[in-house]
Design a protein around this ligand. Structure first.
Ligand SMILES: *Cc1c(COP(=O)(O)O)cnc(C)c1O
Length: 218
C-alpha cells in the first residue's frame, strides 16, 4: 500500500464508528484526488465553487463532495445538483437559496450550521444568537428541501490547547442540545490537520484533513 493510502487509513482509524474522514483536496490536482479515490476513499472537501465544479466533472460521480468553505448565495446553483453535504451554512439568506436550488433540482440537500467558535475575526460562522434564530426557523419548516444534519466549527489557530479544547467543547455542547430537539442530528464536523486530536476528544465525528494527507498547499 502506498503512502497516500496509508495516511488515509491512519486518519480513518482515529475516528469513532460511523465517523467520516473528509480528505480536503482544495488546490490539489485531479490526478492526486484520483490516487486517493483509488485507495477507496470517497469523501472529499473543497472550499471554492469553481474548483469543486471542475473536479466534480473531471472525476468519478461516486465521489461524495463536501463544500467546506464560505459559500456565496449566487453560486449555490452550480453545486446544488450534486453536492453531498454543505458544512458552511452561516446565514439565513444562504440557507433560503440552498432550499430554493434543492427544490429546483428535486432533491433534499444536507447541511450543517457553521458556528463561530474561534476568537479570530476572520473566521466565518453563526453567532449563538443567529444560530438560535435560524434553528427556530428550521424547526418551523421554513426550509423543506434542506435537511439539517449537525454543526461545523473551526477553532482558533493557536498553540494554546486549552483554548482550542474549550472552543470544541462549546461546539459539542450546542450539538448535544440540538440533538435533544432533533434526534436525527448526527454530524459534528470539527478538526483539521493541526487540531483533529482535540476535536475527536471533544466528540467530533467528521474531521476535515488537507495538508496532513496531501502535503502543504502553495
Ligand atoms: C483547508 C480547510 C481544512 C483543512 O485544513 P488542513 O490544515 O490543511 O488540514 C479544513 N476545513 C476547512 C474549512 C478548510 O478550509
Amino acid at each position: 500500500m502506498d503512502d497516500l493510502c496509508q495516511k488515509i487509513q491512519f486518519f480513518r482509524a482515529q475516528l469513532p464508528e460511523n465517523g467520516i474522514l473528509i480528505a480536503v483536496s482544495k488546490t490539489k490536482p485531479v490526478e492526486l484526488i484520483r490516487k486517493a479515490y483509488d485507495c477507496g476513499h470517497r469523501d472529499f472537501g473543497e472550499n471554492k465553487v469553481q474548483e469543486l465544479r471542475f473536479k466534480h466533472l473531471a472525476l468519478p460521480s461516486s465521489i461524495r463532495w463536501h463544500m467546506i468553505g464560505h459559500l456565496q448565495r449566487n453560486k449555490v446553483k452550480y453545486i446544488a445538483p450534486f453536492i453531498h453535504l454543505i458544512h458552511s451554512v452561516d446565514n439565513e439568506k444562504l440557507l433560503t437559496e440552498i432550499n430554493k436550488q434543492a427544490a429546483k433540482n428535486q432533491r433534499v440537500i444536507d447541511i450543517l450550521f457553521q458556528i463561530k467558535i474561534a476568537r479570530e475575526e476572520t473566521k466565518f460562522g453563526l453567532t449563538e444568537e443567529a444560530y438560535r434564530d435560524l434553528t427556530e426557523k428550521y424547526a418551523q419548516n421554513h426550509f423543506p428541501s434542506v435537511r439539517l444534519r449537525g454543526l461545523m466549527g473551526m477553532a482558533t489557530n493557536t498553540q494554546d490547547k486549552q483554548q482550542v479544547r474549550s472552543e470544541f467543547a462549546r461546539l459539542k455542547s450546542l450539538f448535544d442540545q440540538l440533538k435533544t430537539r432533533f434526534p436525527h442530528i448526527d454530524y459534528l464536523s470539527a478538526g483539521m490537520s493541526g487540531d483533529y486530536p482535540l476535536a475527536i476528544e471533544q466528540g467530533a465525528n467528521i474531521i476535515r484533513i488537507g495538508s496532513a494527507i496531501f502535503g502543504k498547499r502553495q
